[in-house]
Design a protein around this ligand. Structure first.
Ligand code: GLN
Length: 279
């Protein structure tokens, strides 16, 4: 018979390749036992049943294969909400909370909000929960992502209008006060060289041409036609992309700001559409 403590030690050894072996070993075992990590750690001498040991083994095999922890656990917290996660969409990142916070500043009651490239639906659902008076739309090209996003909106009890299409083609003729987007932004050259777990996420959600800026070019060009007067565009950016995205925005946008995430890294570009540009 194996105790919780022994099982954790053995698992930690097996998971040496993953970034945080001990923590992952704990999360996975607490999932199997159906208790919080704290509760589990307070009962370290408890023995695992055969069924529990077998279930733990199955999860460890998946994690050893570098399946992301959040795909195995099936959920991830975003803005304090528990979202369902699986291979249909990118896992919501804590970094993206900075983007959510920025967008929320501009969402008024009755305001129209679009989450472009919604993926798991994290941004759209969180914005609707935190600004219930707003009308929130969410678009994605991926049918699989949209099905997960819908499940997440339902899970949170957030009323979001979901539409499918390639970027703005999903919202033909619609205008919004706020457009928020965490589009793909990783340069194609990094494909196959990312952290093993990231490579298990949908490539469609990650890669964006040679310089990683393909989606920003299209979004910046097409967004003005979908923004109401004074409307705001809030974008997540990757490592070192701030100046390039700022330059793209220069023509049609004013009040361009670059904001940091919780790690102090530039993560968000936010800008207001120029009034004089509208016809
Ligand atoms: N932030 C993600 C990563 O670094 C990428 C997300 C994206 O391309 N939008 O893995």
């Amino acid at each position: 018979m194996t105790t919780v403590l022994e099982a954790l030690k053995a698992a930690e050894q097996r998971l040496q390749e993953v970034p945080d072996p001990r923590l992952d070993a704990e999360w996975l075992l607490s999932e199997v036992l159906g208790v919080s990590r704290l509760e589990m750690l307070l009962n370290k001498r408890r023995e695992l049943t055969e069924a529990e040991a077998a279930a733990y083994e199955a999860l460890l095999v998946r994690r050893e294969g570098r399946e992301p922890l959040q795909y195995i656990l099936g959920s991830q917290s975003f803005m304090g909400f528990s979202l369902k996660t699986d291979s249909r969409a990118l896992i919501p990142r804590n970094d993206t909370e900075a983007l959510c916070e920025e967008a929320l500043k501009y969402v008024r009651p009755g305001g129209r909000v679009l989450d472009l490239c919604t993926g798991s639906g994290a941004l759209a659902a969180a914005i609707k929960k935190l600004r219930p008076g707003a009308e929130v739309w969410a678009a994605d090209i991926s049918e699989a992502a949209l099905s997960l996003a819908k499940e997440n909106a339902e899970r949170l009890g957030a009323e979001v209008k979901f539409v499918r299409g390639d970027l703005f083609s999903a919202v033909d003729g619609e205008k919004f006060h706020v457009i928020v987007s965490n589009p793909p932004y990783i340069p194609e050259s990094l494909r196959g060289r990312l952290q093993a777990e990231v490579e298990r996420e949908p490539a469609l959600a990650l890669f964006a041409g040679d310089d990683g800026l393909d989606f920003y070019r299209r979004i910046v060009q097409e967004a003005p036609a979908h923004l109401l007067p004074g409307g705001r565009l809030c974008l997540e950016i990757g490592d070192g992309q701030g100046d390039a995205v700022k330059a793209l925005l220069h023509e049609e946008f004013a009040d361009i700001q670059i904001l940091n995430d919780l790690n102090g890294l530039p993560r968000v570009v936010s800008a207001a559409v120029k009034e004089e540009k509208r016809l």
